[in-house]
Design a protein around this ligand. Structure first.
Ligand SMILES: C[S@@+](CC[C@H](N)C(=O)[O-])C[C@H]1O[C@@H](n2cnc3c(N)ncnc32)[C@H](O)[C@@H]1O
Length: 415
């Protein structure tokens, strides 16, 4: 009999073994045992030099007969566009780019991702092993110029071994469907670690652990000698750690989600779903693609180029109100405390500057923003700025709000 106070053994649910991408446990290994005619990417790598694979990539881009079609990527076709846009969107989240950052687009091909990163205000270095691909990329920028003042892209041919950039010279690296073509991932990941700044991020969208078995991959390898490798995420992470990356994050994304009727949607939302409707297809979808980020050791100072995490507490003193025509002029001394987690960049910074400004509001929303006043003093979280004199014009029937501009509109004082 159990005595009083006896605490029974805590029963835990049986732990399922980890599913791993390692080939001895996955499809490609078994499939090749069953069908020796299947091409093994490891054998292709052993039989081909980096230079031969580079020549294959160059040959492809140099002899294309429908360049126009390739330049429309990602809008060649609606199904592919949906897939590419969804995955690009998620990789962009992982990449966390900000205006003014230097981004290496590795294996950029014809540069559609480069062009979009340029449009976002990044200084892009588009790199590929094929000079002809980069020439097409240059052509794309000319034919479809980005809008507004943006940093000019650079085009950098990769020799397959060394990325011709100084140490710690880029903030971000994107590899969109490129790493799985690389025969020497150890060298390339070491190069990523070398050129990334401390705390910098490399973001990847690559196929998964059974990519080499796909009929299209077998066809490419057999007829053109293009390497279509499997991405074994555990191996990538091991290599990355060996080279100085300290964090991996993987995206749990079902890039081709199901569309369901309303009752099914309500069931899923309420947790009453049939596993075959949502979790199982989602798990299967994740099996086909690896979207992940690697962060290089070190820290990056978060700043006001990214709005997430920007907050302020504002106080207003010495307020005076003077009648003026059809309204009043309200002035006061505003102080701001950075209550967020990001450093505020100076008000004259080309990217992510922080200002104080008054704005007048009507019952239907903001109507006008007054002149911006540089934030004196603090740039750091938890520090207070020097008092800034703000003058706002208030028309009858409107409210006046003091706010940080353009990123912030924190607590306000309204008259
Ligand atoms: C599937 S394409 C993707 C291109 C581009 N990122 C896109 O999304 O359109 C693969 C690209 O990787 C490039 N590539 C192949 N082998 C490479 C290598 N060893 N190093 C760098 N790039 C390579 C090819 O030239 C090609 O442009």
């Amino acid at each position: 009999m159990r005595g009083a106070g006896h605490v029974g053994r805590v029963r835990r649910p049986a732990r399922r073994p980890h599913r791993t991408d390692r080939p001895d446990r996955t499809g490609p290994h078994r499939a090749r045992e069953a069908d020796p005619d299947l091409i093994d990417p490891a054998e292709l790598i052993a039989a081909t030099s980096v230079e031969q694979l580079a020549a294959t990539a160059e040959q492809y881009f140099a002899t294309l007969d429908d360049v126009e079609q390739l330049l429309t990527k990602p809008f060649k076709e609606a199904g592919e566009a949906a897939e590419l846009l969804v995955t690009f969107g998620q990789v962009l989240r992982g990449l966390q780019p900000a205006t003014g950052m230097t981004v290496l687009d590795f294996g950029a091909g014809t540069c559609w991702t480069s062009r979009w990163l340029t449009q976002l205000g990044c200084r892009v270095i588009a790199s590929d092993i094929s000079p002809s691909a980069l020439e097409l990329g240059r052509h794309l920028y000319e034919r479809a110029p980005v809008l507004g003042e943006r940093p000019e892209p650079e085009f950098l041919v990769f020799d397959g071994h060394r990325i011709d950039l100084p140490d710690a010279s880029v903030d971000r690296i994107l590899s969109y469907d490129a790493l799985h073509h690389v025969p020497n991932p150890d060298d390339v990941i070491a190069e990523f670690a070398r050129v990334l700044r401390p705390g910098g991020i490399a973001a990847f969208s690559e196929p998964g652990a059974t990519h080499s078995l796909q009929p299209q991959s077998q066809y490419e390898m057999r007829h053109f000698g293009v390497l279509e490798n499997d991405v074994i995420i555990e191996d990538v992470w091991q290599r990355a750690q060996d080279r100085g990356f300290t964090e991996i994050r993987l995206c749990l994304l079902d890039s081709s989600p199901q569309w369901v009727d309303l009752p099914t949607f309500q069931d899923v939302r309420a947790g009453r779903e049939d596993p075959s409707v949502f979790p199982e297809p989602a798990r299967a979808a994740i099996g086909d693609r690896r979207m992940f980020t690697l962060r290089r050791a070190g820290t990056e100072t978060p700043d006001s180029r990214i709005a997430d995490g920007l907050t302020a507490a504002l106080s207003l003193d010495d307020v005076t109100v003077e009648r003026a025509g059809d309204g009043v002029v309200v002035s006061g001394t505003c102080r701001a405390v950075n209550t967020g987690t990001r450093h505020w960049l100076p008000s004259d910074s080309p990217h992510g500057p922080v200002f104080l400004a008054p704005a007048s509001f009507s019952p239907t929303g903001p109507s006008a923003t007054g002149s911006r006043t540089p934030v004196g003093g603090s740039r750091f979280p938890a520090e207070e700025t020097a008092g800034c004199r703000l003058v706002g014009r208030l028309f009858f029937g409107f409210g006046l709000r003091w706010g940080m501009f353009p990123m912030l509109s924190g607590s306000s004082s309204t008259s």
